[in-house]
Design a protein around this ligand. Sequence first.
Ligand code: AMP
Length: 222
Amino acid sequence: MIFVLLGPPGCGKGTQAARIAQKYGLKATSTGEIIRGQMAAGTEVGKAAQSYVKKGELVPDEVVIAMVKEELRSQSGGPGVVLDGFPRTVNQADSLADILTQSGLRLDGVLNFVVSEEEIIRRLSGRRVCEKCGASFHILFMPPHKDGICDQCGGTLIQRADDAPDSVRERLRVYARQTEPLIAYYRERGALNDIEGVGTPNEVAARVEDVVERIARGSCPA
Ligand code: AMP
């Protein structure tokens, strides 16, 4: 199965992608995580991406499209992939459609997380992520058991540089301008499923599971 998770930064895509992947045995693929990994490793791709990510801008399409192509190729024949943070432009969505067609795959559904801008800003300002495994926490809404330490792997929790207020504002502008048009794009193709993104991670996960299971039973147009 192939799912795309859509929604503004901080809407909970990463948390829900990990949960769907675990529950249904799929591979969660976050282009943001791959890019941060490349930046940390100091690769050519990482160096090229750095200035865009820091400013809250999108990394050029050709860079991320190549990443996703490689990721889908390496997962071909597997149980499926949850794409978190890709596509983010109409050009990326068109490329994804081409890649899937060429691989004899199809998109099962798009999960669009609906969260207001005020809620996004509240969430991102308190978000902390694990330096080592990428798990996400919130100082108020989802605190780790031990201050500053990842519950999952014991790694150190940090604030992402692009969660600083100026970057957050730019990321929201970029989302509105470049990514939001994908809502209409996928709605027109009958693939969009809106999910109320407000509530505890468990409440949102329950809504996600309803939609995924409807899609899996083939009763949802996607
Ligand atoms: P995320 O972790 O999904 O919030 O992504 C963090 C940053 O990585 C974004 O603000 C972009 O700079 C970059 N990025 C992640 N995914 C993409 C994408 N599909 N297209 C372009 N840039 C991306």
